[in-house]
Write a protein that binds this ligand. Structure first.
Ligand code: SF4
Length: 356
């Protein structure tokens, strides 16, 4: 239920996005019989929890958190604080396999979920990172079509033959193909930790509770693959077995600040003391600013820093090498342009004439 007083206050303060989210959340909650709320301990999640708890008068929502095995001490403390503040229980779930086990068994995440997935598939087929046309590679590695299409920036269908592909191709990451050809990875790459330590345990819990709704704190403005996967605040997921609702999906950074001030929401020490911009798994290699994050982790949670370095060290090194490669290639490209020569376009296309 939305209290009229609260509604009026939000209206008079011109907090329309917040007001909208309350109206929508109220309606979504009313239409659910068993709702789960996935709490991460991050700042977006804090706001989501505040909205849901204010509206959930009957206490029908179950809150849960998954311990991936690589979590900040400050996050764990914050969960205890949230439980006290709202008088709720946040169910702690164990992962199917914690991150350290996944990394040992399957490999290390590198760059992004999608890139890791494709590289993992290619490695499984003992791919030698050859720069050959798709038709040649399909003959050589017949059971690896999707990943080969990604690698070749092309797709194959019996009707249309080979066609150029722009989405879901290695081109999305500049000079990545050139980099891998020059520096084939000597360690296994995989995105399996996300699956076993996050996706699968959540799915099991949804099934166990017979939930018809899962509420998460994803915001469109946060960017990255997590938010890019969604177009709106509600979605249906057959694989998950219930609908998903994202109450803060449309919140801008400004809306977030307004909410924090208006309702007095405070965040974990990860933000207020450490100075992290976002939380989640400690030192996840998918974070584009992981190097800055590592410095902060080393200072504030040295044991976790050691754990992250020992688990993801190869990926950090490989990423740093790739970033240096991109920088070098861009400089060469610029130089070649200056001289009026054409060079590799960084999309895996053959160089016409290269001055470098
Ligand atoms: S977010 Fe990163 S570290 Fe965490 S489970 Fe996913 S890939 Fe692994």
């Amino acid at each position: 239920m939305i209290e009229i007083e609260l509604y009026d206050k939000l209206l008079h303060a011109n907090h329309f996005t917040i007001l909208d989210s309350y109206v929508k959340a109220n309606s979504v909650l009313n239409n659910s019989h068993t709702a789960l709320c996935s709490v991460s301990g991050g700042s977006d999640s804090d706001i989501m929890l505040d909205i849901i708890h204010r509206l959930d008068e009957s206490g029908k929502v179950t809150y849960y958190w998954i311990n991936t095995g690589l979590e900040y001490k400050a996050t764990k403390e914050h969960l205890n604080e949230l439980e006290k503040k709202y008088g709720i229980e946040i169910v702690r779930l164990k992962p199917d396999k914690p991150i350290p086990t996944c990394v040992k068994e399957y490999g290390v995440p590198f760059l992004s979920k999608y890139v890791s997935e494709q590289m993992m598939r290619l490695q499984k087929h003992n791919f030698q990172w050859e720069d050959e046309p798709l038709e040649v590679l399909l003959q050589k590695y017949p059971n690896c079509k999707t990943a080969l299409q990604w690698w070749c920036n092309a797709y194959y269908s019996p009707e249309n033959g080979i066609q150029q592909m722009s989405r879901f191709s290695i081109n999305r990451n500049r000079f990545l193909k050139e980099f891998i050809i020059a520096n084939p990875p000597d360690f296994p790459i995989s995105n399996k930790c996300c699956e076993y330590s996050k996706k699968i345990p959540a799915k099991h819990f949804i099934k166990k509770c017979g939930a018809d709704l899962e509420i998460t704190g994803i915001r469109k403005a946060e960017g990255g693959i997590r938010s890019a996967n969604y177009k709106t605040c509600c979605s249906e997921s057959k694989s998950k077995g219930c609908d998903t609702y994202r109450p803060v999906f449309w919140y801008t950074d400004g809306d977030k600040r307004c909410y924090e001030d208006f309702f007095g929401v405070t965040h974990s020490r990860c933000y207020t003391e450490y100075g992290l911009k976002r939380t989640g798994c400690v030192g996840c290699p998918f974070n584009p600013r992981v190097n800055d994050e590592l410095k902060i982790i080393e200072q504030n949670e040295p044991n976790l820093y050691k754990a992250a370095m020992s688990l993801f060290g190869k990926s950090y090194e490989y990423t740093a090498k790739y970033q240096a490669f991109v920088k070098e290639m861009k400089a060469k490209e610029k130089e070649a342009k200056k001289r009026g020569l054409s060079c590799s376009n960084g999309n895996g296309d053959t160089a016409v004439q290269c001055a470098v």
